[in-house]
Design a binder for this molecule. Sequence first.
Ligand code: G3P
Ligand code: MG
Length: 386
Amino acid sequence: STGKKERDLPPTEAPSFAFAFDIDGVLLHVSKPIPGATETLRFLQEHNIPFILLTNGGGRHESERVADLSQKLGVPLTTSNFVQSHTPFQELVDDLADKTILVTGADADKCRAIAQAYGFKNVVTPADVMAVEPRVWPFETLMEEHYARTSKSLPSPVYEGPDAVVDTKTLGGKLKIDAMFVFNDPRDWALDIQIMVDLLLSQQGYLGTYSPKNGDLSLPNCGWQGDGQPALYFSNADLFWSTGYHLPRFGQGAFQAAIAGIWRRVTGGHELHRRVFGKPSTETYAFAERVLQRHRHELLKELGARHGPGRLGRVYMVGDNPESDIAGANGYQSEVGTEWASVLVKTGVWTPDRAGGEAVLKGQLKPSVITGDVREGVRWALEREG
Ligand code: G3P
Ligand code: MG
């Protein structure tokens, strides 16, 4: 137990507060539960105190990841209280449903399956391009077998682009990519960055073409980067994340820094236009708040409540990464006036003797409280709520 007097809420009433838990570095180190995590989630479930899991992790469909988390943590979880890095991509499907997108991530073919489950119809991976044009990246021997096994045929030419001279003999036709999505941390940075930069430099997204204007945003029609609508989506910006190793490891933010650095060199100093989801982005916190509101309603309905749960006054965001969990919660202006408080635990990316210690916790990085672990963090919040 969390040492708190047993809280017996009448089932028809939900507390005016709830929790959002980061996963890596708070509940798990990769797949190993962090001490106190299971007991804490069980306590909240037994006392009908709503919570969601809010992670920058990704790469598997929500239903698959939630089943895995339930098994690893020994706590029944559902997709109704789970938000991962690319879950908000679901809200982009309408604008791009019949377009062609490129996706990549740890297992790009799995990311393809997730994108298709979200509703994207034409989904291409770097392996598909390699399968029809191995010269696109001449050093691919390491991954040849993997790409051969996971590639699929390219969607039939979806555009006869009169506005682009497709001077390529390769790819068997006119493959136009309208948007690119990074679902989670890519494994083959070289091939992914080569193809993504090829597309950013292309004429309107036709792979194999080149437009000298691209990158110089001051010029008219500098490709699809210049029309203001970024065609490049990342699912999180974590430079580091906490794993079973004693030092934090590079996350998707490191991949972003790599491709942005190459883009700056290739274009003579231009910033890479992109849209980044995940914590600390406002999109993701707003999306997570909507999920939490819905979940809180469902929880109360299951308890047989005759009326709604009342206003959600406060959410305690419990995280290990000041840049994503703490800054995101501190900076988020709720759509419905809910206060987001931030709890920093010492079991992940940040610890008092590492990552700059307490000296870096200034401004938006300053948490409402620092606790040893998730159990202490929840205890602190419950005492605060009285
Ligand atoms: O790839 C996972 C990493 O970026 C951090 O995940 O759960 O700490 O937000 P999480
Ligand atoms: Mg974390």
